[in-house]
Design a protein around this ligand. Structure first.
Ligand code: ASP
Length: 327
């Protein structure tokens, strides 16, 4: 078994500087200690520049995908060390772009730097290596005692060691002695030969009590390539607000896909279930089902990067590409 560890940045390899935590720890020296007793040949490389994952862009996702593809011949499993802030976006993005990759990719990181007393770094990396050795394929997130589908995971806590959950999909495994294997990742139709991610202009508009049509119109001007509405509950918006739904409807008419996600971490968006979302649905907005916000965002960026537009993007939102959405 040959496992390659790709280090991209994040708290796990940070040290305290005068300006706060930043990458700079001796991750490779530390990794040698963590992997000393592992029954696999472990290699490691850095993705330059090492970043706080809050700086990640779709180009960063593509850099991870490219690096994994470039190293595929030299390893049969991969661990990606990543900051926790946007790990769920990157894992979802990787799952769409790595359909035919045929080797497991396990994302992990930590809440405390590797050098901090009581750090969760060593446990998370050991577990991720074990998951990489045991998984047949697919992109997953291994964190705080859970192995989760990469495109169903979300960061639920900024501080807890069990900081990731997958609110709408059972964990793949609960880590213990022995590991409890609970579910298999859902399949998707895959995407052959995907074009690279590019930076897309996706407007995310959060519904709040009292939001006005003027505020929504301002968020949609200049016209973005796609809109994700962070609606309430099952996909509801304050449709009694004069002009608010019209603002979204005009965007759809102009060829901009409008995707309705929920502010609830665990959601089953059904546009039109309530009268509050009926008009938006009739205008052509499409629900994100039970996708996490991160998966919905990464999927929209993926579809736009493939050159799809408007109704073509909307048509793909409910169709699983990599198991990211329930039937
Ligand atoms: N800001 C850090 C990052 O996402 C947080 C972490 O890694 O836990 O890169």
């Amino acid at each position: 078994m040959r496992i390659h560890v790709l280090y991209t940045g994040g708290t796990i390899g940070m040290t305290l500087t005068a300006r706060g935590l930043a990458p700079g720890a001796d991750l490779h020296g530390w990794l040698e200690g963590v992997t000393a007793n592992i029954d696999a040949r472990v290699t490691a490389s850095d993705l330059e520049p090492l970043i706080d994952s809050s700086m990640a862009t779709p180009e960063s996702w593509q850099a991870i995908v490219d690096e994994l593809r470039a190293r595929r011949a030299g390893a049969n499993a991969f661990v990606v060390l990543h900051g926790t802030d946007t790990m769920a976006f990157s894992a979802a993005a990787a799952s769409f772009a790595l359909g035919g990759f045929d080797a497991p990719v396990v994302f992990t990181g930590s809440q405390l730097p590797l050098g901090a007393a009581g750090s969760d770094a060593a446990a998370n990396v050991s577990h991720a290596l074990e998951a990489a050795a045991r998984q047949p394929g697919g992109v997953s997130v291994c964190f705080g005692g859970l192995l989760l589908c990469g495109n169903r995971a979300t960061k639920a806590s900024s501080w807890a060691f069990d900081g990731f959950t997958s609110p709408s999909a059972a964990p793949l495994a609960r880590i213990g002695a022995p590991w409890q294997w609970l579910s298999a990742p859902a399949a998707g139709c895959g995407w052959s030969d995907p074009a690279p991610y590019r930076r897309c202009d996706i407007a995310v508009v959060t519904m709040t009590p009292g939001i006005t049509a003027a505020r929504v119109r301002a968020a949609l001007s200049p016209a973005p390539e796609a809109v994700i509405v962070r609606a309430y509950g099952a996909g509801n918006v304050p449709s009694s607000e004069p002009g608010l739904v019209d603002a979204f409807a005009q965007a759809i008419e102009a060829g901009v896909p409008v995707i309705v996600a929920s502010q609830c971490p665990q959601a089953a968006v059904e546009v039109g279930r309530y009268a509050a979302s009926d008009e938006l649905g009739r205008a052509g907005a499409v629900g994100a089902g039970d996708m996490t916000f991160e998966a919905a965002f990464a999927k929209t960026a993926f579809l736009l990067s493939q050159g799809l537009r408007g109704a073509e993007v909307a048509a793909w939102i409910p169709r699983p590409i990599a198991g990211e959405i329930g039937e």
